[in-house]
Design a protein. Structure first.
Length: 195
């Protein structure tokens, strides 16, 4: 017989999983995208003695500035918009965990925004996708499906759709492109393209 897991135990499990994901994300940011691959690390530089030290590179003011294409905005590691995408996606994963635990206990994915906020007080949720936005998760649920949508600080929209057999992770420039589980499943590549 399976033991019933209390809401408090679910929250502790979710927080541990969230902490592990954040630690992994931060480690990847520090180490670069090849965090587990020693070949991806920059080569070690031997310490230079005063006799063999090379002259310093010219100051930034002395070097010519690099030409930038109009509208070309480079994405830097640790940029707030990348972090915003990761935070938005992590909030959906946290709700996914709670929804799947709820389905195991009660056999249904049907969760309201109030259910989500009571089990995960750090997440703000609304019923339907109309009120979703940055920091607010929209919830559309039935007995056998669950759709979660939210926007990140970068303006990207992300969705997580659960049905009887699968979890779908998608993204789009606007919520009206991902407002059903089927549309979310059709746009799975956008989730992977963002951090």
């Amino acid at each position: 017989m399976l033991r019933h897991i209390s809401v408090e135990e679910k929250i502790v499990i979710a927080l541990i999983a969230l902490a592990a994901l954040i630690a992994t994300y931060l480690a990847m940011q520090v180490m670069g995208q090849g965090a587990g691959d020693p070949a991806a690390l920059p080569p070690a530089r031997p310490a230079a003695s005063p006799a063999t030290a090379t002259p310093a590179a010219p100051a930034a003011a002395e070097s010519a500035p690099a030409a930038e294409a109009p509208g070309d905005t480079p994405k830097l590691t640790g940029e707030p918009s990348l972090l915003g995408d990761a935070v938005a996606k992590e909030s959906l994963r946290t709700i996914q965990f709670n929804a799947q635990m709820n389905a195991l206990d009660g056999g249904s994915l049907d969760m309201s925004a109030a259910d989500i906020m009571s089990s995960t007080p750090t997440i703000t949720a609304v019923d339907g996708v109309e009120g979703a936005g940055e920091g607010v998760v929209g919830v559309v649920a039935s007995e056998h499906t669950l759709l979660l949508v939210t926007a990140s600080a970068s303006g990207n929209w992300f969705c997580l759709g659960l049905d009887a057999n699968n979890a779908h992770y998608g993204g789009a420039p606007s919520v009206d492109q991902i407002d059903t589980v089927e549309e979310c499943a059709d746009r799975e590549g956008a989730w992977a393209a963002a951090p």
